[in-house]
Design a protein around this ligand. Structure first.
Ligand code: NAP
Length: 488
């Protein structure tokens, strides 16, 4: 019987070096960077801090591995992903604890993320053998068209700290399935989940150089030369819109294919005719999943006047009852935010709303350290010009604004540069279809507070991004279409 994982064992067991060309190696200048536990502020361990030179070595390895990996049989690419899926599932407890330690989310949510992350590998294991082309007769009846799909080439992948494993598998799954090699750079705050994933992929039989992991405190300094190098043909980025814009400019130079999963500002709309039990349950999920630190988090609650007081009362009661604490303690629902800057940002958004007339129904003040805690907070009477209506909160704060008509709420919901997801609660089917179609977002949760699913196309419109991850279209982001004109 294997011993239950402990905080020390899970941190000790993960590789701390760079993973390049199938080897673990130190940063060339020997530098390391600290990884913190956000619930205590203490250092968990140090990992290699890559320099631009290390980044180049990782790209060299990906470029060298690309031709042979492109020819690797699709079934075998799928089998590698399937084995990695199983290893992730088998090691859920260790991986969940590791994730909670570096990121803060409660264990139950980390377990959920390991399952969600693994599912991208299983899904794309199945997609690897379904890369279809086509054959057609030219309209003039003479020629023939052969449509062939090939890997786009070496890819650069950049992931954020909030879902440190799933944002990695959501890119690595389709990249591997399509036959692309990659250099992946996790966020400096949460490198351990990605390093654990690299070890698992190697164990699952991934050939050397197919996935290369660089951890660094100098993300711009390491990644910009790789983007501008020209040998990588693709950038897939998940993170903030501000950084995404900057990376798009860098990609323009060598005309890289890009996939951008950026920020969100999700409206959560409750109509008078909604089932309030379902709406409150959906609100709790959409607001508190990942302690509110999710691109899909409900950012603005618009509730129709007839149910506004009752919805606010029920939501406040539930939000106030959530246990707060270190994510490693069973039963905790609200872990710490990722760092002190996150607490300051949430506090300043709440203060701004209150100064403009919002009322605090619960929470509203940061919790004293150690650790970076902010309590579940509900605000009512939040005016549309408050900063919370326009900026990503990334914390457990639910601002409520009352509306009267369907046209009014659709206009308010669409009054943002973002367009990732929206949530709609109504029992009127005609209204549901009208509103879902009118909302300018890539995804809509209709009477449900979670939309993420590896089998569905995830992504945003407007400044929330370009492209889709997951679903049957997810692999397209890593494939080029070649057409061969045949003279018959
Ligand atoms: P971020 O600051 O944009 O960072 C995201 C990633 O980009 C990190 O790995 C970061 O590395 C790296 N990075 C930062 N500056 C860079 C640069 N100049 N060049 C290359 N890489 C750079 O975002 P975050 O604060 O980590 O994550 C939260 C954001 O991600 C939110 O806006 C959230 O909505 C968004 N998000 C979107 C989705 C989606 O699917 N749409 C999913 C999850 C999160 P370092 O941290 O090491 O600097």
């Amino acid at each position: 019987m294997t011993a239950a994982p402990t905080e020390t064992s899970v941190v000790d067991n993960v590789g701390k070096d760079l993973f390049i060309g199938g080897q673990w190696r130190k940063a060339t200048d020997g530098k390391t960077l600290p990884v913190y536990d956000p619930s205590t502020g203490k250092v968990l361990c140090e990992v290699a801090d890559a320099s631009p030179e290390d980044g180049k070595a990782a790209l060299d390895a990906a470029v060298a591995a690309q031709p042979s990996f492109a020819k690797h049989p699709p079934r075998e690419r799928g089998e590698i992903l399937r084995r990695a899926y199983q290893l992730l599932i088998d090691r859920t407890e260790e991986l969940a604890l590791l994730m909670t330690l570096e990121m803060g989310k409660p264990l139950a949510e980390s377990r959920g993320e390991v399952a969600y992350a693994a599912e991208f590998f299983r899904w794309f294991a199945e997609e690897a053998v379904r890369i279809e082309g086509g054959y057609a007769v030219a309209p003039n009846g003479k020629g023939r068209f052969l449509i062939h799909r090939q890997p786009v080439g070496p890819a650069l992948l950049i992931t954020p700290w909030n879902f440190p494993m799933a944002m990695g598998t959501r890119k690595l799954g389709p990249a591997i399935a399509a036959g692309c090699t990659s250099v992946i750079k996790p966020a400096a705050q949460t490198p351990l989940s990605m390093l654990a994933l690299a070890g698992i992929l190697a164990e699952a039989g991934l050939p050397d150089g197919v996935v290369n992991v660089v951890t660094t405190s100098d993300s711009g300094g390491v990644m910009e030369p790789l983007i501008r190098d020209g040998r990588a043909r693709k950038l897939s980025f998940t993170g903030s819109t501000a950084v995404g814009r900057k990376l798009l400019e860098q990609c323009a130079d060598k005309v890289l294919r890009t996939s951008m999963e950026l920020g969100g500002n999700a409206p959560f709309i409750v109509f008078d005719d909604a089932d309030l039990d379902v709406a409150v349950e959906g609100a709790m999920l959409a607001k508190l999943r990942n302690i509110g630190e999710a691109c899909t988090a409900a950012n603005r609650f618009y509730v129709q006047r007839g149910v506004a007081d009752e919805f606010a009362r029920r939501l406040t009661e539930k939000m106030a009852a959530q246990p707060i604490g270190r994510g490693t303690e069973e039963g905790v629902v609200i872990g710490p935010l990722v760092d002190e800057a996150a607490v300051e940002k949430v506090s300043s958004l709440v203060s701004d709303a209150v100064e403009r007339g919002a009322k605090v129904l619960t929470g509203g003040e940061p919790i004293e350290g150690p650790g970076h805690f902010y309590p579940p907070t509900v605000l009512s009477d939040v005016p549309q010009d408050a900063r919370v209506a326009h900026e990503e909160i990334f914390g457990p704060v639910a601002p409520i604004n009352v509306f009267d008509t369907e046209d009014e709420v659709v206009a308010k919901a669409n009054d943002t540069e973002y367009g990732l997801v929206s949530y709609v609660f109504t029992q009127d089917i005609n209204r549901a279809i009208r509103v879902c179609e009118a909302l300018e977002t890539g995804m809509v949760g209709l009477n449900q507070g979670i939309v993420s699913n590896p089998a569905a196309p995830f992504g945003g419109v407007k400044q929330s991004g370009l492209g889709r991850e997951g679903g049957t279209v997810g692999i397209d982001e890593f494939l080029e279409t070649k057409y061969i004109a045949i003279n018959v």
